[in-house]
Design a protein around this ligand. Sequence first.
Ligand code: ADP
Ligand code: VHF
Length: 371
Amino acid sequence: MSNENRRIVLKFGSSSLTSPEGGLDRSKIEYFAGEIARLHARGEEQIIVSSGAVAAGFRHIGYKSRPKLLHEKQASAAVGQALLMQAYNEALSRYGIGVAQILLTRSDFSNRKRIQNAWMTMQELIRNRIIPIINENDTVSIDELKFGDNDTLSALVANLVKARLLVIITDTDGIYTDDPRRNPQAERLTRIDEINDYIWSIAGGAGSSVGTGGMRTKIGAASIATRGGIPVFIGSASEEGDIAMAVNGTGKGTYFSTDADSLSMKHQWIGFHSDVKGSIMVDDGAADALLHLGRSLLAAGVIDVTGDFQPGDVVEVVTKDGVTIGRGVVNYASQQLQAVRGLNSDEVMRRVNVTRPEVIHRDEWIAFAAH
Ligand SMILES: Nc1ncnc2c1ncn2[C@@H]1O[C@H](COP(=O)(O)OP(=O)(O)O)[C@@H](O)[C@H]1O
Ligand SMILES: N[C@@H](CCC(=O)OP(=O)(O)O)C(=O)O
């Protein structure tokens, strides 16, 4: 086979695999298995990110609807994940295709060794033509660190494996100018070249009783992947050949082009993988300098500091209104910064012993899209 990148990440949402009242929809899984087999036969390397564990499992526990409490969701996922894998295994074994389960948490991505191990495992599976099926490890995920939806997870996986395309399959055939469930006049956008404020403004929450993130988390995922240099498709698939068409560029949905200045590995690390150790509140001038003027953050613009961090840690930067505007590598310990916040750089250098005057250097900063 040539060196051409044949790797694709396919994400299937709960709404595409389960029925609205809960439980797996076998016919949907069989349909996806047929689509996966078709791509497999033409030599594509597929990595699947599949939701559906909670939706598949909650009725087995006796809950009437998708649970809201964390421990109930975790119990449902523990039951449902086994059912989900069993269903994939049965459906794909008919085509002679083997599957493997990989469960990841957000903290796995912030630990270089663990995520590299996960990647090496995936490569070995791919070499042996086994399809990795990834889900969040719901049993051990802590509420505030949960992906929750699998859209973000699929984008991080696509960046990790350097996929040539991220395909997010959902129950709607793309991004519309408004939630099409509520507004029948809404029109589909077939191509999005820039994820700007308008795109964020049209994306609403989940449409079904089993889905979680809605279009907002899908746009967030598209933002992460396209900034990592990976194009994204978001749409639906229900007929034979639909997923192959999505991969070929003629799918029923919306395509996102890669960001013109995609992020380096270092910046992807800062922005999407690292553990955030604290937060720095800045004034309007500093926010403007970081977001619009391409400048570094100086102590003069710092209003407040929370968390316990050391030089070299990644921190979040928030405005007075509590909006997170980005993340960067901090050059001060939290206590040092607390002592010099609001002061000019000469005064700062007289008072604390730091290697560089910038609190966050502009080269070690990534801005988040407004949303
Ligand atoms: N602008 C929009 N365009 C398309 N769909 C939207 C939009 N805003 C909100 N949605 C909703 O997002 C839903 C898909 O997300 P979700 O229910 O989380 O699915 P999944 O389980 O596949 O992740 C759609 O059913 C739709 O109602
Ligand atoms: N890990 C969870 C994912 C939760 C979820 O509903 O995600 P999604 O359907 O992608 O919005 C599960 O498997 O149920």
